[in-house]
Ligand binder design. Structure first.
Ligand SMILES: *Cc1c(COP(=O)(O)O)cnc(C)c1O
Length: 384
């Protein structure tokens, strides 16, 4: 269908144009000042350590292209990503200078890419170590590396037996410019979990065997376990983006994200009207329903069907029925007629319904909600 064939060039030129923000069906606002403040707060908590920033998965879905430079302005000089490709993209964003470490280390054949893009691999296995050492040896230069040891997660890093093998292999160790020995805590968001102290003790023990005194154990939650967990460098991700570092304590971080969806349609319906796919909900009295343009394709996960809600002018509007791909249906009966109109924005994530609270309703964690946010939002970054 070609609409334009009915209009001449002059008529088309006179049509009013809109901004991306006004066209958008939903807005995602990311507060870079709050991220910078969270960074400084975490650095203050771990005063004796260097505070790095984890910006994997496009800075937890919020946009590494904006966030990493904001973190540099806040004083951050050390970054972690998970994949090599993320490291290459981040190096392009940051230019020369800041240190970028790649958590997954070099997969076979990718060693040269680390050198070309000035990325430090986290070496997680004897195989990765021997390939990285072999890359270094011909030129006689030592190559920078971070060594990960597994202290109780069975995910990444050398076992105790692997460490024994490594320390007998002087030739390999001599090829490495060891910047850091690191490990990762499995249960740090539960301060009383016995695994924390066990991992700490094993990390200290393994660290004594290795020829590098610079060590790193804590991510966001680990920072709040106390100074003995801080070592030389801490590696927060989630807390920078406002996620609560400890499950059962008040969240000390500043909220970073506001998510607003636009109302597309408002309708008044009688009692006993079935609502949405599968007719899983039904109105119990005459009701006012508002259809909002955010759905599971936008990361507003389907498990929020009949569970979450939105806020408008201080009123809570519950989700009725299932979350669709592109929309949700809100019960707006509590609002006076005419107060909620198509085009209005309702709040889905904001200080009144923070990320962690919404995640709990969805049966997941803030990490997963953030990294699931879709690409259809109009994103705006605010900073002073
Ligand atoms: C993701 C990750 C982090 C950051 O964890 P948060 O809980 O988001 O602070 C730190 N270290 C490693 C090894 C990670 O995989």
């Amino acid at each position: 269908m070609q609409t334009l064939q009915f209009l001449d060039q002059e008529q088309v030129r006179r049509l009013p144009s809109t901004s991306a923000a006004s066209r958008a069906s939903a807005l995602l606002t990311i507060d870079l000042d709050a991220i910078a403040e969270n960074y400084r707060f975490l650095q203050e908590q771990a005063r004796s350590a260097i505070c790095a920033a984890v910006v994997k998965a496009d800075a937890y879905g919020l946009g590494a292209g904006e966030i990493a430079p904001a973190l540099i302005r806040a004083g951050c000089q050390h970054f972690f990503v998970a994949h090599l490709e993320e490291g290459i993209a981040l190096r392009r964003i940051l230019g020369a200078g800041a240190a970028i470490a790649v958590l997954h280390g070099p997969l076979a054949g990718t060693e040269a890419d680390f050198i070309i893009h000035d990325l430090v691999p986290v070496l997680n296995s004897l195989d990765q170590i021997s390939r990285w050492a072999a890359t270094a040896m011909p030129g006689g230069t030592r190559l920078p590396a971070i060594l990960q040891v597994d202290t109780g997660m069975a995910r990444f890093g050398l076992s105790e037996a692997d460490v024994d093998v490594l320390i007998d292999n002087h030739q390999q160790l001599d090829a490495l410019d060891l910047r850091l020995v690191m490990s990762h805590l499995a249960c740090a968001d539960e301060p009383d979990h016995p695994a924390n102290a066990m991992q700490l003790a094993l990390f200290q023990q393994m660290g004594r065997l290795l020829p590098c005194r610079r060590m790193s154990l804590a991510a966001s939650s680990g920072i709040f376990l106390g100074p003995e967990y801080h070592f030389k460098l801490v590696r927060p991700g989630a807390a920078l983006y406002g996620i609560a570092p400890q499950a059962d304590r008040p969240n000390p971080m500043r909220p970073v994200v506001r998510l607003q969806g636009k109302v597309v349609q408002v309708r008044d319906v009688p009692a006993n009207t079935p609502v949405g796919y599968g007719h899983t909900a039904r109105t119990t009295s005459p009701s006012r329903l508002a259809t909002v343009a955010v759905g599971y394709a936008d990361g507003f996960v389907r498990s929020l069907s009949g569970r979450g809600g939105a806020w408008f002018n201080g009123s809570h509007l519950p989700i009725l029925g299932r979350v669709s791909m592109d929309s949700i249906i809100l019960d707006a009966t509590a609002l006076p007629a005419g107060s909620l109109l198509p085009g209005a924005l309702v709040d889905l994530i904001d200080p009144g319904q923070d990320l962690d609270a919404l995640a709990r309703k969805a049966g997941t964690i803030g990490y997963e909600l953030l990294t699931s946010l879709g690409s259809r939002y109009h994103r705006q970054y605010i900073h002073s």
